[in-house]
Design a protein around this ligand. Sequence first.
Ligand SMILES: NC(=O)c1ccc[n+]([C@@H]2O[C@H](COP(=O)([O-])OP(=O)(O)OC[C@H]3O[C@@H](n4cnc5c(N)ncnc54)[C@H](OP(=O)(O)O)[C@@H]3O)[C@@H](O)[C@H]2O)c1
Length: 247
Amino acid sequence: MTNTEQTSVLITGGNKGLGLEAARRLGEQGWTVFLGSRDEGRGREAAAKLIAGGANVVMVPLDVTSDTSVADAVRLVQKHTDRLDVLINNAGAPGRIVAPADATAEEIHSVYDTNVYGPIRVTHAFLPLLRAADHPRVVMVSSGGGSFAVVTDPEQPVSKMHELAYSSSKAALNMITVRYAQALPEIKFNVATPGEVANHKFAATDMNRHTGELTVTEGTDSIVRLATIGPDGPTGIFVDRLGPVAW
Ligand SMILES: NC(=O)c1ccc[n+]([C@@H]2O[C@H](COP(=O)([O-])OP(=O)(O)OC[C@H]3O[C@@H](n4cnc5c(N)ncnc54)[C@H](OP(=O)(O)O)[C@@H]3O)[C@@H](O)[C@H]2O)c1
């Protein structure tokens, strides 16, 4: 068993990008990091780098679109701990940018499977371990593109990016988070977007072919903030690294 005195966190999609950087930062704070990765090889490589830097990391094979994979992940985490302090639902799929007129249910389904059903699958499966923690927190990694206020603001570039799948999946994730927060006050459920919404900035990762202007460290500021809130901290809020984001 892992040292249960340490704060524990499971991060989905932890093998690269913002998930990996969140793992590095929380590992640096002495947390036990369960690093989720749908590809075992990529996950082992990422975990090995963090372990070499002194972090306490357990690689967890985890494909958020698979019930079997999620159930196996719960069993693996249970071998190390009887509680989970923090869950970061970070794994996300951008989908192809398809014009709304050409979007099909099938195209949208694959994005929802990762961005909407994925966080529900993982959250539902890990609820018993989260409930066993003194001060459990769930961070949903969403996007400014999931905000009605942002998408309907003509000053925001995303208002002119015509697609259905990604933005609507993140809008659904936002509502799901609020509903969890209302129904489960014993767990803090909050939403982080990695960008700076007011400045139209996002973080450079593979998802945007590294076109973002923020570093992955800056991109994870909001995620780390919500992962580390205290027992008196908020639930049901939506923030970026600069502060609150309008729904
Ligand atoms: N970068 C930004 O500024 C920005 C802005 C808004 C929102 N976001 C959100 O931030 C999160 C992280 O994205 P990123 O920018 O770090 O992109 P990234 O580098 O492409 O990382 C995405 C991660 O999600 C994983 N993933 C995808 N499908 C998965 C599945 N079915 N099961 C498990 N893992 C899966 C990927 O695994 P593989 O390596 O196996 O593909 C990868 O680890 C996403 O939710 C994204 O929507 C990012």
